[in-house]
Design a protein around this ligand. Structure first.
Ligand code: PGA
Length: 265
């Protein structure tokens, strides 16, 4: 795993935006679409706002981009401001030149959930798989809504949200009682099939789960630790999120050497 520790959350957002823009640029040169896996929550907001700024200054186009979001609450209408459909529209899609018919957020409202989950998996496959999956991480170590105990071989399905997750997300709802109890989420195995993965984390509240993810054992009790199995994962952190890592000096040195190697090649 590549672990990148930067001083500020702003630098984390810019780093992530550089990765997304470089990929879209590369795929454009290859005359291929870019298939992006997207996340919601507080963490990627700075990335999305950076992408919007770059789009508005003509540096990036989403005209040949397909997107697949990690998850959606069950029982929340797509038009509700609490849905992830709405979040994506408001925080990215309506500000850029993306074709909305090429954006995919799991369908969870008034549908057969198991059929919806299979269709979502099929759509990813038909698109040729995800090139780059963006991830945040829950305080309990979840990625997507793969909560503690999620099978490392899981596919898109309905998961019950933990009390921790519902409390963390209560800020987006009228009260804790209004936070849905279940969500449809890509599985761990679905996420691990992405060509590359970029996990972002900001703030001291994520420090312990980041340590467990990178330096702890691979365990369903910390679903993000499954990322250790993937050959192309980058974890980009601000100082606070990196503050519990035992091997931080080593990660910093690896990044310095990476810079030296790229300059000498
Ligand atoms: P957050 O949530 O970005 O709002 O901290 C992350 C997550 O739950 O995956």
């Amino acid at each position: 795993m590549r672990v990148v520790v930067l001083e500020t959350a702003k630098q984390v957002n810019e780093f992530a935006a550089d990765v997304v823009c470089a990929l879209i640029g590369l795929r454009q040169q290859q005359h291929q679409p870019t298939i992006l896996g997207l996340a919601t929550g507080g963490t990627p907001l700075g990335l999305y706002s950076e992408l919007i700024t770059r789009h508005q200054s003509g540096k990036i186009s989403f005209s040949n981009v397909d997107t697949f979001n990690l998850d959606e609450y069950v029982g929340v209408a797509p038009s509700s401001p609490c849905s992830y459909h709405y979040y994506m529209l408001e925080n990215l899609f309506r500000h850029v030149d993306i074709d909305l018919t090429r954006t995919h957020v799991p369908q969870t409202y008034d549908v057969d959930l198991s059929e919806s989950a299979s269709r979502f998996e099929r759509q990813i496959e038909q698109a040729g798989g995800i090139d780059l999956q963006i991830l945040g991480i829950g305080v309990d170590g979840h990625i997507g809504f793969n909560e503690i105990g999620s099978s490392l071989g899981s596919r898109t399905r309905v998961k019950t949200l933990t009390h921790q997750t519902r409390s963390d997300n209560a800020r987006y709802f009228e009260s804790l009682e209004h936070v849905p109890r279940t969500a449809l989420t890509m599985g761990i195995a679905t996420i691990l099939e992405s060509q590359s993965i970029l996990l972002m984390a900001h703030g001291a509240g994520k420090a312990q789960t980041i340590r467990n993810t990178i330096e702890g054992p691979i365990t369903a009790s910390v679903p993000a630790s499954a990322l250790q199995l993937h050959p192309d994962v980058t974890i980009v952190l601000d100082e606070a999120a990196a503050s519990s890592l035992s091997n931080k000096e080593y990660y910093l040195e690896s990044e310095r050497n990476r810079g030296l190697l790229s300059r000498s090649s």
